[in-house]
Design a protein around this ligand. Structure first.
Ligand code: NDP
Length: 501
């Protein structure tokens, strides 16, 4: 699998096909730049074909009349196949994305968990009865929204895809998945799994290709009903604008500059481990990465030195060797990060460790970067404000709780935050004041949390994914009011009602 170039097709309407243009593009292994696969370069015509197939499948009686429990069983079958093929899928994800093999295995397991979690929900989504007045029966129905487009980035290809696909299918929608051009391979394996479990053709489609063509055509298509997008702020804005033209709802998850806020009374061993892990997992290419360290002045030197030592102990290498950090996804993304590091050097920012590309010991052909700590940044510095999306930690110092909260809230993002302290009053106070969709106290991420609502404040986006909250994205409420043509029963003549005590 490592060397043979595969020629792949995309999956539309239950059939495998090339691009309508017959054009392809090549995806490479970021650990050594070797080609991995040829993929169809989708067109607006392919998108239109996928939307028509999804519409027909969504309206079909096979799908719309399927009992909800059966939709749940299909998702359970997908979970089972994901687990059965875990080794194969994890290897493919690692070759395509670069992440360490053990992290890819976690991604496959989380994808299976999404299927399982929402499978259990499929037959538990229902409306309410509302007491309007006597003689009126008023109730709500929770109906699927229709065709849900899932535009997915390259950092967690399988996991983020399933985060949206599973609730969309559980609630009875049809799905069109547009994977990132750099990481489409496991998306096509998902299509294989959908076919294996006999999901009706057209209910799940994958259109491969470039964002500016396939993504743009999907978001502008008038017959799409909802878009879930995960990626950068500029592309999120473009998606929102295109969807606005057709008045279509969007769910946006646009990354962050999430803080680990460490107070002097925190357990420094724990804090050090999590600060490092939260910025080096997936080589820092995580929307919820802990990319800012806000540290109380009195422990600054101690904590920064511990973090730097820990980072220096981490192993870099091809993901297939399961190191601590694999390569950055692409040359373009590596260049973006190096540009930020050049800025740090030009402006005399203290680089405690890292700060450069790693190209020794067989790494020269890949896009490897040393984990980096940038110290003593002012809160409004670009390096403390902008999403770098690599293993680069920006350190800022505070002296009071109020200052910590102000700095934490001082970016345009608000995805997650973590507070490290043994003072629970302080922890809850900070949690209540921090503007972020998720707050952790003395932990970070809590194991991924399929069950926990996840989403952003500010430019981190809006709408919530994961947990039961996600179901709001994929259902719409219909209110039905029925006037009952019934009168009070009249008493038969000559009889008196029996009075009951
Ligand atoms: P993008 O936001 O451009 O890409 C995310 C997804 O959107 C991909 O599937 C992409 O396709 C697609 N896309 C691109 N253009 C359009 C469009 N006009 N309409 C609809 N869909 C489109 O991210 P990049 O890959 O360019 O990464 C740039 C930066 O984005 C990173 O440095 C990082 O800061 C941030 N990012 C944030 C992520 C997060 O998890 N929040 C994930 C990834 C990146 P294609 O791959 O073909 O371009």
């Amino acid at each position: 699998m490592e060397t043979a170039i595969q020629s792949m097709k995309m999956y539309i309407g239950g059939a495998w096909m090339p691009s309508s243009s017959q054009q392809t593009f090549t995806t490479i292994n970021p650990a050594n730049q070797e080609p991995l696969a040829e993929l169809p370069r989708g067109t607006a015509e392919d998108v239109d074909r996928a939307v028509k197939a999804a519409r027909a499948a969504f309206e079909s009686s096979e799908w719309s009349m399927m009992v909800p429990a059966q939709r749940g069983r299909l998702l359970l079958a997908m979970a089972e196949r994901l687990r059965r093929r875990s080794d194969e899928l994890a290897r493919l994800e690692t070759l395509d994305n670069g992440k360490p093999l053990s992290q890819s295995k976690v991604d496959v397991e989380v994808a299976a968990r999404y299927c399982e979690y929402y499978a259990g929900v499929a037959d538990k989504i229902f409306g309410e009865t509302i007491p309007i007045m006597p003689g009126i029966l008023d109730y709500t129905l929770r109906e699927p929204i229709g065709i849900s487009v899932q535009i997915v980035p390259w950092n967690y290809p399988l996991q983020i895809a399933m985060r949206g696909i599973a609730p969309a299918l559980a609630t009875g929608n049809a799905v069109i998945l547009k994977p990132a051009e750099d990481t489409s391979l496991t998306a096509l394996k998902l299509a294989e799994i959908a076919e294996e479990v006999a999901l009706p053709g057209g209910i799940f489609n994958v259109v491969t290709g470039f964002g500016e063509v396939v993504g743009a055509a999907l978001t502008a298509h008038p017959d799409v009903d909802h878009i879930t997008f995960t990626g950068s702020v500029p592309t999120g804005i473009a998606v929102m604008k295109a969807a606005a033209e057709n008045v279509k709802p969007v769910t946006l998850e646009l990354g962050g500059k999430s803080p680990n806020i460490v107070f002097a009374d925190a357990d420094l061993d724990e804090a050090t481990n999590w600060v490092v892990r939260s910025i080096t997992q997936n080589a820092g290419q995580t929307c919820s990465a802990g990319s800012r360290l806000l540290v109380e002045q009195s422990i600054h030197d101690e904590l920064v030195s511990r973090v730097a030592r820990k980072m220096e102990s981490l192993a870099l290498g091809p993901g297939m060797e399961d190191p601590d950090l694999g390569p950055i996804i692409s040359e373009q993304q590596l260049r973006t990060i190096l540009h930020y590091l050049d800025l740090a050097k030009q402006e005399g920012v203290t680089i405690v460790t890292g700060g450069e590309r790693a190209d020794g010991d067989g790494l020269a052909k890949g896009f490897f970067l040393r984990p980096t700590v940038l110290d003593n940044l002012a809160p409004d510095h670009r390096l403390a404000q902008e999403e770098i999306f690599g293993p680069v930690l920006s350190v800022l110092t505070f002296t009071t709780v109020e200052e910590a909260i102000k700095i934490a809230n001082g970016t345009e993002y608000g995805l997650i935050a973590a507070v490290w302290t043994n003072d629970l009053n302080k922890a809850h106070w900070v949690a209540s004041k921090v503007k972020a969709g998720q707050v952790y106290i003395n932990t970070y991420g809590a194991g991924g949390g399929v069950e926990m609502p996840f989403g952003g404040y500010g430019k981190s986006g809006f709408g919530r994914e994961k947990g039961l909250e996600a179901l709001r994205n994929y259902t719409q409420v219909k209110n039905v009011a029925l006037r009952l043509h019934m009168k009070e029963p009249t008493q038969p003549a000559g009889k008196t009602a029996v009075k009951l005590e």
